[in-house]
Design a protein around this ligand. Structure first.
Ligand code: B16
Ligand code: MG
Length: 217
């Protein structure tokens, strides 16, 4: 095993923006006269904005045309961005900065692979933009996870072969995407929900690169 690069998902791995997505989606559902629970929100992890809306409309039994859906995704994003505006470095998940620093000292290359169209803004807010040599986000992809495109583009941008990349992901769809790309998939979060990963860590707390290599053996 010759790991040369790490590709990180954003929401759920670097920062917990899922709670802000949830608040904005719930507000949108409520404006359409139905509720949207935290358990239902789990289905939206790693899923693009429009696909998320389609899932929510199905839950609420609403059928809308494309123009209405575009207006709703804009509204949801405006509400979401109101919360991102206040984000600071203290919202970076535990252990992430130490791990990124360690990768730099070991010359392990880094990329971001996120479905979010707000990824660059979010990284700027928490002061992490400079840690990622390549950023592939929802503005650069045409296919959503579980399609491997986001991670393939990340590896291509770095010029590293897929088999030399590790992906860190909190969403089951992202794990499938990483494996389809031929990369090592490390789940971040609950092992039961990420059963298809090569290995799972609860978070980056007390994690270092050597421990990751041991986990993958
Ligand atoms: P946006 P990730 C994903 O981020 C989120 O998990 C998902 O809930 C969200 O709908 C998606 O980004 C799109 O986000 O509305 O900001 O474009 O986990 O792929 O980093
Ligand atoms: Mg995620």
């Amino acid at each position: 095993m010759n790991i040369q690069a790490c590709i990180f998902d954003l929401d759920g791995v670097i920062v917990d923006t899922a709670k802000y997505h949830y608040k904005a989606w719930r507000r949108l559902a409520n404006s359409l006269d139905f509720d949207f629970t935290e358990a239902q929100n789990e289905q939206l992890k790693g899923v693009s904005r429009m696909e998320s809306l389609n899932i929510i409309l199905k839950i609420g039994n609403k059928i809308l045309d494309e123009a209405q859906k575009t207006a709703l995704t804009k509204q949801k994003n405006d509400w979401y961005l109101e919360q991102v505006a206040d984000m600071k470095s203290d919202e970076i998940l535990p252990g992430v900065v130490d791990f990124l620093n360690e990768l730099q000292t070991k010359n392990i290359r880094t990329a971001l692979g996120s479905a979010s169209k707000n990824a660059v803004l979010t990284l700027e807010k928490v002061n992490l933009l400079n840690y990622f040599e390549v950023i592939i986000d929802g503005t650069k992809t045409t296919r959503s996870k579980p399609d491997p495109q986001v991670f393939q583009l990340g590896a291509q941008g770095l010029g590293i072969a897929p088999e030399n990349c590790i992906v860190f992901e909190d969403a089951a769809k992202g794990i499938v995407a990483a494996r389809s790309a031929g990369m090592y998939a490390i789940g971040v979060g609950n092992a039961d929900e990420l059963a298809h990963a090569h290995a799972v860590i609860p978070s980056f707390e007390q994690i270092n690169f050597e421990k990751i290599k041991v986990l993958m053996c």
